[in-house]
Design a protein. Structure first.
Length: 241
């Protein structure tokens, strides 16, 4: 892996979490939807920094915000809408939407199906659009038309899906292990209070490890991107020239 500043990325994630927390707790939570906008802004900052200031300080990374354009916002909004739509469709099409009822809350099978389904769809969409802000931040492709950029993003997500997946498994192995334990004990929690305590402990471990392991995962994706972006551009755009 190419060298990068772990601390700078972690600090950006912390600031993102703080702002998201503030938005959740003001105006009775009515501004919580803005946390999605904040998240993609900070994701862009990280991607830009990994491309051009990998070993830079927090301020070096953060200066990348000045390069954001309307196309960056529009692309992130579109991808966010696609992701939410896919999650909702998959949830209700599978019947897991019944988790919203009191019956489903007390049903371990529907609880498990709901959690697993949401996790799978979230992972799938995250990997499919994993290189969005790398392409958006890359100076080489900033002048491409909107839908050409979208084609590049989708092509990269599909072509590099297995590499991205393995990078995620490697980076988040502790999170995944803790998540499996949470899932198992979460089912048992319907029957015993002790399982609920264990579920809470491992959920906390999963959340902390997810946070701490995100910088190396993003750095791994940036390595994959830098090695393969030009190849994908030539396949998608070059063939049209």
């Amino acid at each position: 892996m190419r060298k990068y500043n772990y601390g700078s990325i972690l600090l950006i994630l912390i600031v993102n979490a703080i702002i998201a927390g503030i938005l959740q707790n003001i105006a009775d939570g009515n501004l919580s939807f803005l946390s999605g906008f904040v998240a993609f802004i900070f994701d862009y900052i990280i991607c830009r920094g990994l491309l051009y200031n990998r070993e830079g300080s927090f301020s070096d990374y953060f200066r990348g915000i000045k390069t954001m354009t309307g196309k960056v916002f529009l692309m992130n909004i579109l991808v966010g809408a696609i992701t939410v739509t896919l999650i909702l469709l998959a949830t209700f099409a599978s019947g897991a939407g019944f988790l919203l009822t009191s019956y489903a809350v007390n049903s371990p099978k529907i609880f498990v199906s709901f959690v697993v389904l949401i996790a799978l769809v979230t992972i799938f969409t995250s990997l499919l659009f994993a290189y969005m802000n790398f392409f958006m931040a890359d100076e080489r492709y900033r002048d491409l038309p909107f839908f050409d950029s979208l084609k590049l993003i989708l092509k990269a997500g599909i072509k590099l899906f297995s590499e991205s997946f393995m990078a995620g498994v490697k980076a988040y192995k502790i999170t995944l292990l803790a998540g499996v334990i949470v899932l198992v004990t979460g089912v048992l929690a319907f029957q015993t209070p002790m399982a609920a305590i264990i579920t809470f402990i491992f959920a906390l471990i999963a959340a902390i490890s997810l946070f701490l392991c995100t910088p190396p995962f993003r750095a791994s994706l940036s390595d994959i991107y830098m090695d393969r972006a030009e190849e994908i551009y030539n396949e998608v755009i070059g063939c049209e020239d």
